[in-house]
Design a protein around this ligand. Sequence first.
Ligand code: ADP
Ligand code: ZN
Length: 718
Amino acid sequence: MTPQEALQKYFGYSKFRHQQEAIIQHVLNKQDVMALMPTGGGKSLCYQLPAVLLNGLTIVISPLIALMKDQVDSLNVSGIPAAFLNSAQTPEEQRHLVEKLKHNQVKLLYLAPERLFGQENKLVPFLKTLNVVQIAIDEAHCISQWGHDFRPEYLMLAQLKNEFPNVPVIALTATADKLTQKDILEKLNLHRPAVFVSSFNRANITYRVIPKKSSFKQLISFLKERPDESGIIYCLSRKSTEDLAADLKDEGFAAEAYHAGLNNEVKAKNQEAFLRDDVKIIVATIAFGMGINKSNVRYVVHVDLPKNIEGYYQETGRAGRDGLASEALLLYSPGDAGKLQHFARIEGNEEQSRIMLNKLNDMVKYCQLQSCRRQYLMNYFDEAFPPNCGSCDVCLTEFKRFDGTLIAQKALSAVSRLNERFGVNYVIDFLRGSKNEKIREEHKQLKTYGIGADISKVDWQRYIRELVTLDYLLVTGDGYPVLKLTNQSSLVLKGIQKVEFIETQTTEEHHTEAAPPHEAELLSRLKNTRRDIAELENVPAYIIVSDATLLEMATYLPQNLDELRLISGFGDVKLARYGRELLQPVKDYCKAKGLESKIAYKSPKRERKAKTERPARAPRSGTDTRTETFNLYRQGKSAIEIAAARGLSQVTIESHLSHFVQTGDLDVKELVPETKLPVIIEAVENYGAERLAPLKEILGDAYTYGEIKAVISWMNKS
Ligand code: ADP
Ligand code: ZN
């Protein structure tokens, strides 16, 4: 079997991600490897797939029991025999495991490092009697004192290469820090290792920082918008995690606290409840997270300032392992920075204090950025990145300003010429040199008539609103609103006062990129079915199949097992075990709603590519992608169908189509029912066109973003 075939058969994926394929090839060639990949990048597959292909035992060193259990469950569910050895097992269980190992019935054995090399341990001699074909070291940065998760027991792994000189070792970590990487290579004594570094960008995470004002209120409003989603809230102190969890419970949220001071039983209970989605929110100190494999964490909130970028990035990285859109929110107050500075000073260790203060400084800088946060993060980890990611708060809301003095002068002089006796629409028509008979003949003779013809009606509305806000114009009049000059207007007209305008925000692709066209109700039914299966199997729900897999199902509506096989995440065993049960809700739903399979629109390329791996502002040529959409449209496909076929969101497709409304290639009436047209036009005239969201809110559910965009494009058409 080739790696490619095994990928489909055992894991249900059609394509390798990042450098998985090359890494796997190296292991199969018995070479040592160090693989650096961001959280959620797919590190596990790099040793799990060779383990399936190689005829022998793979030993996996992993720091945490919770993590091992999760991985083992997940492998077993996919039909790959895996086991772990830990101190909680009874002698009986251990003997049973040893038997299985002797008979070659286990492919992957998970161990903590101290099990392997702890005192009075006969494990290594025993393992040497087995056919060990690969050793994987997960969370390899734990070996480095420079890292943030140093675990002394990892140092024992230096002996590995001596004990198993001919077995390829693969070290894996999500730590991007150069010093740590160097340390890992040295300490593990890897033999001529091949090093693979993937981009650390987590394109599916949106980064936001907001000023911390009344954090609880801010938090509640954030959480209320995401009632069904799982998230982690990080606090600085143990006490505040408990207080906050209690307060959240009072507000009706399913939240629990987690910190190193809780007793083991409580910790295990809370963690387990979170993994199983019984608890939606974990309020934790940084003690929580490593080894949490939960793939559907939708948000990570920092209510206190993290101490450094490394930690912050690691913590936010726990969101969105499944590749679906996720959020990182940080509440920043300068006061927090002050407090942390105090902690960063270590008595008698100048050097260490200086390093920690510098790191804190970098963290504060991040919070105060006026430029792309993702770029800053990537640069921090020595990775180049373009200045506009399109999915951090700065990129999403940054308004570019430009000198609008000339535009302002045109508007003000028009108002003046018209003797301050006309309303906005008349002034704009006058500026644009409208041939409309409403414009009086005498006005058409004025020099100002038509001086603003180069600017669209919508833009004029915006500029005039802005001039009103800036106090250079006034709207008054009883009954009929009329534009008047203010006592500041002359400053602009004389050129003494400059005016700045905000550039129109390009709304394209920003709004609901996160929402591909899927059947929401079906998705929730599928989640219920999955929960039922998970309860029977006694594993967390996401071990059965990931949220991303269910989302694909709710999008492409597979009707039989052959179609289901095309959904990412269904390997042979999962298909056989859970396929029928998961198909049932889809079939029922489609029957009730008269829907058909859309699997034909699923190109294998989609494989989460569209969302996860595309650098957020990929240099896709704007014209080409639009034309491609347009051609499909001309072939009679609907926006939804094109979205599915192209692996783009419906919103994106609609904005492509709007473009052709503006160029005149497409009649607006093809996209917007005639009855809706005047209503949208009126809304745009009243509220402007620079922000779609408020328009959508005013117009209500019956009007789509696509329709609104199409009308704006049409109004912009000169
Ligand atoms: P990491 O250990 O790097 O944080 P994981 O190994 O947990 O990441 O993988 C994250 C998710 O991505 C898992 O749900 C995994 O099954 C999935 N995954 C891994 N490789 C692929 C692939 N080639 N195609 C699609 N999904 C993948
Ligand atoms: Zn950005």
